[in-house]
Ligand binder design. Structure first.
Ligand code: NAD
Length: 295
């Protein structure tokens, strides 16, 4: 298949490499010239603009930092919608707010282009290994077209509903993840302060009603889970800055829906404070450092 891939960053580059490995012909665009040179060596055709990348392709995939980038890549004078042919499907895999993708999809529909959303979870490790989860928003027909291609970059490809629902799934899950991580951090730190062995406490939690992914697979207390970022100085994993971005999307979306997200807002503020302290580059489980005396 002839595919346009725009946005070759930490996530997009390994995803695009997996498509090349699967035998697809790629037309690529990014603002970063060095990543374009790398893709030229892999046999991809390098374009001068999103419009040129989209020209003559059968599918357009975008993977960009935030809503403003997605808007400009699709809607600018040299944007995707200026190059794409009517009837060609497009999908944005960036994590952005649900309304932006709905707005751009409405503009695309006016020229016969079907645009959906498919944000991912699984991080850069999942992007490299081709094991991402894709949360897809769009019609059933659009999903059927996208699924075989997304399967070459991911393991779980889930149809969430109409356009925008992929983003809704992503931000609701990540808001809950932040809240549960903060809860586990608070509980582990309290247990330690009151004098219980943290390994014993984690064992009790993980066989009791407090058990969750944050306590069991990703415990923020160092040494409880060998493979967790807490056991290697909170390096790697899911950066607190990215969690802060997703919490901002959740609280903004909640505001527009007049829906209270009380714990989500508190979580957003805690990650904001962590970022201000200069710790935004650490894994998000390092939120526990705010509950412990400095080592
Ligand atoms: P990144 O910053 O590493 O990559 C973004 C790429 O887009 C860069 O190469 C940049 O040059 C390019 N770009 C920016 N503006 C552009 C434009 N106008 N035209 C063309 N290219 C442009 O970001 P990332 O880590 O790859 O994340 C991409 C998206 O995936 C984000 O929305 C992020 O929230 C989401 N996400 C990231 C992770 C993760 O672990 N990194 C996990 C899940 C989801």
């Amino acid at each position: 298949m002839n595919i346009a891939f725009i946005g070759l960053g930490n996530m997009g580059a390994p995803m695009a490499r997996n498509l090349i490995r699967a035998g697809h012909a790629l037309q690529v665009f990014d603002l970063n010239k060095s990543v374009l040179a790398e893709f030229a060596e892999l046999g991809a055709q390098v374009s001068d603009s999103p419009a040129q990348a989209a020209q003559g392709t059968e599918l357009v995939i975008t993977m960009l930092p935030a809503a403003a980038h997605v808007r400009s890549v699709y809607l600018n004078d040299d944007g995707v919608l200026k190059g794409i042919s009517p009837g060609v499907p497009a999908v944005d895999c960036s994590t952005i707010d649900p309304q932006t993708i709905r707005d751009i999809a409405a503009v695309a529909a006016q020229q016969g282009v079907v645009l959906g959303d498919a944000p991912v979870s699984g991080g850069t490790g999942g992007a490299q290994a081709g094991t991402l989860t894709f949360m897809v928003g769009g019609s059933a027909g659009h999903f059927a077209v996208l699924k075989p291609v997304l399967e070459q970059m991911g393991r779980n490809i889930v149809h969430c509903g109409d356009v925008g629902t992929g983003q809704i799934a992503k931000i609701c899950n990540n808001m809950l993840l932040a809240i549960s991580m903060i809860g586990v951090a608070e509980s582990m730190a309290l247990g330690n302060a009151l004098g219980i062995d943290t390994e014993v406490l984690a064992g009790i939690i993980n066989t009791s009603t407090g058990r969750c992914w944050s306590s069991e697979a990703y415990n923020p207390w160092p040494g409880i889970v060998e493979s967790a970022p807490a056991s290697r100085g909170y390096s790697g994993g899911f950066g607190a800055e990215l969690m802060l971005k997703d919490l901002g999307l959740a609280t903004e979306a909640a505001r527009s829906a007049h829906q209270p997200v009380i714990l989500g807002a508190v979580a957003q503020q805690l990650y904001q404070a962590m970022s201000l302290r200069g710790d935004g580059g650490k894994d998000f489980s390092a939120i526990i450092e705010g509950y412990r005396p400095k080592a």
